[in-house]
Design a protein around this ligand. Structure first.
Ligand code: FAD
Ligand code: NAI
Length: 490
C-alpha cells in the first residue's frame, strides 16, 4: 500500500470524511485515518455524529416522540390506542441498525471515491508526515502534501460529578441506557440536556435538569426560550435554573447529588446522572513536537478564516477549531478545504450556520438573536408570526410557537431568523439557502412560491401597504413596515 498521499485526513467524522471524499473527487490521492471504537469493540468511521451523536439521538427522539404522540395526542384525532407501551430493547436495536448502516455507508463512499481508509491512530509529525498506528499496533509513516486535522471534540467533565460510565454518564452513555430509569438527573440544560432529557422523559423517566445559568437556554433568542420553557415543563421536564452542582456521589444503584440555588443547598437522588455541560476540542496525541501547529488558550487548533493552521500545508476543520460544534459546519469546512487544496474557489458562509434543537417543540435559528442585535447598536425591526394562524400546523395539532424575523431598519439586511414549532429545522434550512443567495429580507420573502398548505409560508412575511394602497401588490411585499402581517399556510 502506498505510503505517500496528496492528502491525509486525521479524523473520519462529519468534518473529516466529506473532506476526504471531496479531495478524492478532486482527483487527489487521499487517506483518511480514524480510531473510533464502538462499545462492542468494532471500529467505525463517522465520528461522534454518526456513532454517538446526531444520528443515534435523532433515532431515539423520533421513537420516543411517536410514543408520546400515541399516548398524549392521538386522542385529539379520535384515535384510540389504549395500552401503548415501549420495548426499549427494540428501540435501541433500531437505533443501532441505523448507525451501522450509516457508518458502513462511509466505507462504501470511500471505495467509490477512491479514498484509502485507515483505521487506527494518526499523529502529525513535523514535515507533513503522519504516523499511523493500526489497531493491531503496527506503525507506518505516511507522507502527505497536505494534512487535514479533523479530530473533533469530547464531552467536558465536571470535577464535582466525575464520569463513572455506569451511573454518572456522558451523552454517549445516555444514548445507550437499556431500561427506562425511574429518575434521571441531567446536569446542563443545553442542547444535549434538552434532547436526551426529552427522550427519557417521554419514555417514562422522571427527569430533573440542573442548569447553572439563571436564564433558560441563554444561547437562544430569549423570546423563543421563554416560549419553550412552558411546553417542556408541561411534558414533565423539571428544569431547575441557577443550580450549581457541588457534589455527586454514587452509592449502590443511585447517585446522590447536592447543588446550590437561590434558596440555598439542595439535594437530589437519581438512578442515573447525565453530565452534558458542553464539549471541548479533542487533540490528545494528535501533534508531535515541532509540527508548528498551535492551539489557542481554550485548546482549539488555531486556524484562519480559511481553516489554515499555523503550519504550512496543514489545515484543521470541525469541532477541533473555533465556531459552533455542529456537524454541518464541520462538513462545510471540510469540503471547502478539500477544494482549496485542489486550487478551486471555496467559501464557508459562517453567517448562515443554522442551529436546531430537535425537541418538541423544535427550536431553530440562524443569525443573531434579538439580544445580540440590540447589543450591537444597529437599528432593527422584528416580525413575529404565530403557528396558531397556520392551518397546516393546526391540522397537525401542533400550532404552538412562532417564527421571528429580525432585519436591519435601514437596508433590510436579514440579521436573524428564529423558529419554535413543528419541524422548525426544516423551516430554518429553507431560510438559510434563501439568505445565502439574497440577504435582503424583503426580496427573500417575496420571490418564492410554495406549496399550500404548508407551515413554510409562516416564514414568508408580507407587509401591509404603507403608501396609501389598499390592495397588497408585489411592491408592497418589498416594504418592511413596522406592523407587518404574514401569509398563512392555508
Ligand atoms: P467528530 O465527529 O468528533 O469526529 C472526529 C473523529 O476523529 C472521531 O471519529 C475520532 O475518533 C477521530 N480522531 C480524533 N483524533 C484522532 C487521531 N489522532 N487519530 C485517528 N482518529 C482520530 N450536530 C449537529 O449538527 N446536529 C445534531 O443533531 C447533533 N446532535 C448531536 C448529538 C449529540 C448527543 C452529540 C454529542 C453531538 C451532536 N452534534 C450534532 C454535534 C456533532 O456530533 C459534532 O459537531 C460533529 O460530530 C463534529 O464533527 P467532527 O468531524 O469535527 O468531529
Ligand atoms: P451546550 O453548550 O449546548 O449546553 C451546556 C449547558 O450546560 C449550558 O446551558 C451551560 O450553561 C450548562 N452548564 C455548564 N456548566 C454547568 C454546570 N457546572 N452545572 C450546570 N449547568 C452547566 O452543551 P451540550 O448540551 O453538552 O452539547 C455540546 C454541543 O454538542 C452543543 O453545543 C452543540 O454544539 C452539539 N450538539 C448539537 C446538537 C444539535 O445540533 N441538535 C445536539 C446535541 C449536541
Amino acid at each position: 500500500m502506498a505510503d505517500s498521499f496528496d492528502v491525509v485526513v486525521i479524523g473520519g467524522g462529519p468534518a473529516g470524511y466529506p473532506a476526504a471524499i471531496r479531495a478524492a473527487q478532486n482527483k487527489l490521492s487521499v487517506a483518511c485515518i480514524d480510531e473510533w471504537k464502538n462499545l462492542d469493540g468494532t471500529l467505525a468511521f463517522g465520528g461522534t455524529c454518526l456513532n454517538a451523536g446526531c444520528i443515534p439521538s435523532k433515532a431515539l427522539l423520533e421513537s420516543s416522540e411517536l410514543l408520546h404522540r400515541a399516548q398524549h395526542e392521538f386522542a385529539a384525532h379520535g384515535i384510540k390506542a389504549p395500552g401503548v407501551s415501549v420495548d426499549v430493547a427494540q428501540m435501541q436495536k433500531r437505533k443501532a441498525g441505523i448507525v451501522k448502516t450509516m457508518t458502513q455507508g462511509i466505507l462504501a463512499l470511500f471505495k467509490a471515491a477512491g479514498v484509502t481508509p485507515l483505521q487506527g491512530h494518526g499523529k502529525l509529525l513535523p514535515g507533513r508526515k503522519v504516523e499511523f498506528t493500526a489497531a493491531d499496533g503496527t506503525r507506518r509513516e505516511l507522507t502527505a502534501k497536505s494534512v487535514i486535522l479533523a479530530s473533533g471534540s469530547t464531552p467536558m467533565e465536571l470535577k464535582s460529578a466525575p464520569f463513572d460510565g455506569k451511573r454518572i454518564i456522558d451523552s454517549w452513555g445516555a444514548l445507550e441506557i437499556d431500561a427506562v430509569p425511574k429518575k434521571l438527573g441531567v446536569i446542563g440544560g443545553g442542547v444535549i440536556g434538552l434532547e436526551l432529557g426529552s427522550v427519557w422523559r417521554r419514555l417514562g423517566a422522571e427527569v430533573v435538569v440542573l442548569e447553572a445559568l439563571p436564564d433558560f437556554l441563554a444561547v437562544a433568542d430569549q423570546q423563543l426560550a421563554k416560549e419553550a420553557l412552558t411546553p417542556f415543563k408541561k411534558q414533565g421536564l423539571d428544569v431547575r435554573l441557577g443550580a450549581k452542582v457541588t457534589s455527586a456521589k454514587v452509592s449502590g444503584d443511585r447517585v446522590d447529588v447536592t447543588y446550590t440555588d437561590g434558596k440555598g443547598e439542595q439535594s437530589l437522588t437519581v438512578d442515573k446522572l447525565v453530565v452534558s455541560i458542553g464539549r471541548r476540542p479533542f487533540t490528545k496525541d494528535l501533534l508531535a513536537d515541532g509540527t508548528g501547529v498551535q492551539l489557542d488558550e481554550r485548546g482549539f487548533i488555531k486556524v484562519d478564516d480559511d481553516c489554515r493552521t499555523t503550519a504550512e500545508g496543514i489545515w484543521a476543520v470541525g469541532d477541533a477549531v473555533r465556531g459552533p460544534m455542529l456537524a454541518h459546519k464541520g462538513k462545510e469546512e471540510g469540503v471547502s478545504v478539500a477544494d482549496r487544496i485542489a486550487g478551486k474557489y471555496a467559501h464557508v458562509n459562517y453567517k448562515t450556520v443554522p442551529s436546531v434543537i430537535y425537541t418538541a417543540p423544535e427550536i431553530a435559528w440562524v443569525g443573531q438573536t434579538e439580544e445580540q442585535v440590540k447589543a450591537s447598536g444597529r437599528a432593527y425591526k422584528v416580525g413575529v408570526f404565530p403557528f396558531l394562524a397556520s392551518g397546516r400546523a393546526r391540522a397537525m395539532e401542533q400550532a404552538q410557537g412562532f417564527t421571528k424575523l429580525i432585519a436591519a431598519q435601514d437596508d433590510d439586511e436579514i440579521l436573524g431568523v428564529h423558529v419554535i414549532g413543528p419541524m422548525a429545522g426544516e423551516l430554518i434550512a429553507e431560510r438559510c439557502w434563501q439568505w445565502s443567495i439574497q440577504p435582503a429580507a424583503r426580496i427573500c420573502s417575496a420571490r418564492f412560491m410554495r406549496i399550500r398548505p404548508c407551515r413554510k409560508p409562516s416564514t414568508k412575511p408580507r407587509w401591509p401597504p404603507t403608501s396609501g394602497r389598499s390592495t397588497p401588490s408585489t411592491s408592497s411585499y418589498f416594504r418592511f413596515g413596522a406592523g407587518w402581517l404574514c401569509t398563512i399556510g392555508a
